[in-house]
Every structure is written in structure tokens, then in C-alpha cells.
Design a protein around this ligand. Structure first.
Ligand code: GDP
Ligand code: ZN
Length: 458
């Protein structure tokens, strides 16, 4: 494959004592050598690190003291020659080094381009490549760790196992048909086929279940703050934004890193509705009526419903309570620094077991409790990304659903006692859908695959 040499700063911009400039491509080592004063890198062994200085070749001026790692193809992330230049001098120095490299005709990498190369060179599969792209968009630490897990090939591993199970099933039926005289191979029964498809079906459903959580981690909980005018909605929004430093994530491997701000409450990313949205929901019931307001609220993953401790429960409060029936909400009774006028018993009764938290936002009281409640509501405490394989990619979810559907068609056929060579058409479709997740093209003839997989004995 013909490629040019690309470069980018591959560490987060801003903080961090060390910044790394990475180069990948056929000229990575020779170009660095021209700029490096130290060992002759052209002669350096693969996977060695060298101390020296980067100079500006035009002026011979020293730009930065560096440690340079030399990694030769193919045992690198991109499977091309890779050089990593470790700078300690902060952003100014690292940018200077990057500029010097760019001035030598090396191209600035596009976002995700190192990863794309890794994929194109067969270093990682499609789902792993997509996981890296998700990583680029990851907004919280947790979403990041999900993406990293997927990149590890966990999802790929699981999908491969499911496909293998299906393939063995299909091959088994095939062998029964093509080699009826071959007694060593037990006849595939409807029961056996049912058991195998059920197993795979359950695993697909499990994956789809965790997909929902994955989506939340990636996109954040759509959170609406509602309540009558003046109860403290804007104050709540400001408190949440100030208390929880918005997480800033940069794209590894690029300089034009996408920087996004998100409110991260104890690992739960909240996508708070904007001020305009709040305005709209303020008198939402009055303005658009109960039915339509229900619709708007239904689109939220979490509702923060603010009441005034210093006011009696009004008819409007009750209407809002009714509008959020059955949805995920937390009641926040604000202004506890003022005199109590609110009937707490009544509120607890109306909340029907949903969390009720008291706050004085003006005195910064009760905010911890509120944050705990938010975390508990969705993740029953704290989500553990340790054991689960998350699926958070829309394309993967789509293909999993198609796999599920195809497999259910097969299961229905088995149930109806249809001949297994008919049933296996749907099993094969399932196998193909799953294959698309990991970018294993269905173009390879299934029969070739079958016979390389299934040992016919002789
Ligand atoms: P919103 O209309 O629901 O968005 O309410 P705001 O957040 O704009 O607050 C309305 C007024 O209530 C402002 O003057 C706030 O300073 C005040 N306020 C907010 N929280 C508290 C609180 O906990 N105690 C007291 N005493 N006043 C508060
Ligand atoms: Zn407001």
C-alpha cells in the first residue's frame, strides 16, 4: 500500500510534563534523522530510544531536548515505521518541533488517521478501529475506558466466538447432507440446533442490553431541569456546571483535537438542556398542554424537578408531578435556607419512591446528596466497566439487531419443524451480519470457510 509520511502531536494538549510528536510512514525515520543531533537514527535498532536534540535545519538552532523512540515496521501500531519524539518543554516546544517536521514536507495527520492506517494494514479489525473513533469522541473517563476495552478486541473476540458457534452448526448440517454415508458425524437434530441457536441468541440480547448503557456513556444522559419559575433551575444548572469540571478529552494522534465540555457527575455524563430549553420547559405545561409536555419530557433520560421549600405546593407543581409519572426523575426541594412552607409529606407521597433531595443552592448545601442521587439513579451506585463488553457504536447495534432478527427467524423455523437445511439459511444470515461488525467481508465463499473450519476426518 502506497502511503506518505504523517505526523501529529499525540498527547493531550495543555497539561502533562511530556508531549509526544509521532510520525508514521516510509520517511518517518529518515526525516527525523535529518533533524536529530545524537545517534544516527537510520542505523538505530527497532524499538530503541535515544537522547538528543531536535534542531531547526535552517538555522542549526536547537529547538528542544528530546528522547526519540524508533520503531520499525511491521511491529508498530500502524505497521509502518513509527518515530515518537518525547519533548519535555511544554506546548511551545512541542509545537516548534511539529512545525520543523512539517517544514520537511511531512503531512499533518487527519483525525484518526494513525488508526485508519492500523486498520488498512490489518493491524486491527473494523470494530477496533471504530472503537478508536469513539475514543476520539469519548466525553468522560468511563466512556473512554469502554472504548479502550473495545479496542482491546473484546467485542471482536465475542463476535468471533458467536460466529464460530454458528458456523459449526451450519457446517454440521452441511456435512449431514453432503456426506450421509459418513457415520462418524452425528446427525444434527432439531433439539441440538435449537440449543445452539438459543445460546447465541441469548448472547446477542445481552450485547444489545449493554448497548443502551454504552450509548448513555457516549452521548450523555439527556437531562431536563424543570420546575415553576424562580424555584432555582438556573442556579442548579450553574452549580452542576461549576462543581463538576467539564471533562475535556483530546484526540490522541492529532493536533486539531476536538475539545468538548460535558458535565460529568460521578462518572455519569449529563447533557444538560440549554438555557433556552429550560425556558421552554419552565411554563411548559401552560404553554403546550400536559399531553405535549409529556412528549418532550419523555425524550429525556433524566428529569431534575425543582420545588420551592419556601412555597406551598401549587397546582402547577402537581401538574408537573403528573407529567413526569413513570419517567426517571429526582425531586429537588430547594431554598431550605428559607422558612418551610412546603408540605414535605405530600411531596414524598407524590414522588412515589423517586429520590427526593433537599438543597440550598445559595448556600451550596445538599449538592453532594443530589450528585449521589444522580449517580445511583442510573447506575445503581457506580457503574463498573470492568466486566462488561459494551457496544456503543450505532452500526454495531444495527447489525446486532439484524442478527437477532435473522436468528429468531431460524428459531421459529426450528420450532415449526422445518428441514434444517432450510433453517440454516437464516443461521447463515446471522453469521454474515455478525461478520459485518468486525469487517469480515461476506464475500469469501461460505463454502470455503465451511470446509476449512470443519474437519472431515480424511
Ligand atoms: P429559575 O427561574 O427556576 O431558573 O430560578 P433561578 O435559579 O433563576 O433562581 C431564582 C431566584 O432564587 C434567584 O434570585 C436565586 O438567587 C434564588 N435562589 C436560588 N436558589 C436559592 C436558594 O437555595 N435559597 C435562596 N434563598 N434563594 C435561592
Ligand atoms: Zn431560570
Amino acid at each position: 500500500m502506497e502511503t506518505d509520511t504523517i505526523t501529529a502531536i499525540s498527547t493531550p494538549i495543555g497539561e502533562g510534563a511530556i508531549a509526544i510528536v509521532r510520525l508514521s510512514g516510509p520517511e518517518a525515520i529518515s526525516i527525523t534523522t535529518e533533524l536529530f543531533r545524537g545517534k544516527n537514527l537510520n542505523e538505530a535498532d527497532s524499538h530503541t530510544i535515544h537522547y538528543g536534540k531536535i534542531i531547526d535545519p535552517q538555522t542549526e538552532e536547537v529547538a528542544e531536548e528530546v528522547m526519540v523512540s524508533v520503531m520499525r515496521a511491521p511491529k508498530t501500531f500502524t505497521r509502518e515505521d513509527v518515530v515518537e519524539i518525547n519533548c519535555h518543554g511544554g506546548m511551545v516546544a512541542v509545537n516548534r518541533v511539529l512545525e520543523i517536521i512539517l517544514s520537511r514536507g511531512v503531512r499533518l495527520a487527519e483525525p484518526g488517521e494513525f488508526t485508519k492506517r492500523a486498520f488498512l494494514h490489518g493491524r486491527i479489525d473494523l470494530s477496533q478501529a471504530e472503537a478508536v473513533m469513539d475514543l476520539i469522541r469519548a466525553k468522560t473517563d468511563k466512556a473512554m475506558s469502554v472504548a479502550l476495552k473495545q479496542m482491546d478486541g473484546r467485542l471482536s473476540g465475542l463476535i468471533q466466538k458467536l460466529r464460530q458457534d454458528l458456523l459449526e452448526t451450519v457446517a454440521h448440517v452441511e456435512v449431514n447432507i453432503d456426506y450421509p454415508e459418513y457415520d462418524d458425524v452425528e446427525e444434527m437434530s432439531h433439539e441440538m440446533m435449537q440449543r445452539k441457536t438459543k445460546e447465541v441468541h441469548k448472547e446477542i440480547l445481552d450485547l444489545l442490553n449493554v448497548a443502551k448503557q454504552g450509548k448513555i456513556l457516549r452521548e450523555g444522559l439527556a437531562t431536563a431541569i424543570i420546575g415553576r419559575p424562580n424555584v432555582g433551575k438556573s442556579s442548579l444548572m450553574n452549580t452542576l456546571v461549576q462543581e463538576n469540571k467539564a471533562i475535556v478529552t483530546e484526540i490522541p494522534g492529532t493536533t486539531r483535537d476536538i475539545i468538548e465540555e460535558y458535565v460529568n457527575v460521578r462518572g455519569v455524563p449529563l447533557r444538560l438542556v440549554d438555557t433556552a430549553g429550560i425556558r421552554e420547559t419552565e411554563d411548559i405545561v401552560e404553554k403546550i398542554g400536559v399531553e405535549r409536555s409529556r412528549q418532550v419530557l419523555k425524550e429525556s433520560d433524566l428529569i431534575l424537578f425543582v420545588l420551592n421549600y419556601n412555597d406551598e405546593l401549587t397546582e402547577e407543581d402537581v401538574k408537573l408531578f403528573e407529567a413526569i409519572q413513570g419517567l426517571e426523575y429526582i425531586v429537588i426541594i430547594n431554598k431550605t435556607d428559607l422558612e418551610q412552607k412546603l408540605d414535605m409529606e405530600k411531596v414524598l407521597e407524590m414522588a412515589e419512591g423517586n429520590p427526593v433531595v433537599t438543597t440550598s443552592l445559595i448556600e451550596e448545601e445538599g449538592v453532594d446528596e443530589l450528585e449521589s442521587a444522580i449517580a445511583k439513579t442510573f447506575f445503581a451506585g457506580d457503574i463498573d466497566t470492568g466486566d462488561l463488553t459494551y457496544v456503543s457504536n450505532v452500526r454495531h447495534i444495527q447489525l446486532l439487531k439484524q442478527s437477532q432478527k435473522a436468528l429468531e427467524d431460524a428459531m421459529e423455523g426450528i420450532e415449526l419443524g422445518m428441514p434444517l437445511d432450510i433453517v440454516q439459511i437464516d443461521v447463515t444470515r446471522t453469521w454474515e451480519f455478525l461478520g459485518e461488525i468486525i469487517g469480515d467481508t461476506a464475500s469469501d465463499s461460505l463454502i470455503d470457510q465451511l470446509f476449512s473450519q470443519f474437519c472431515l476426518g480424511k
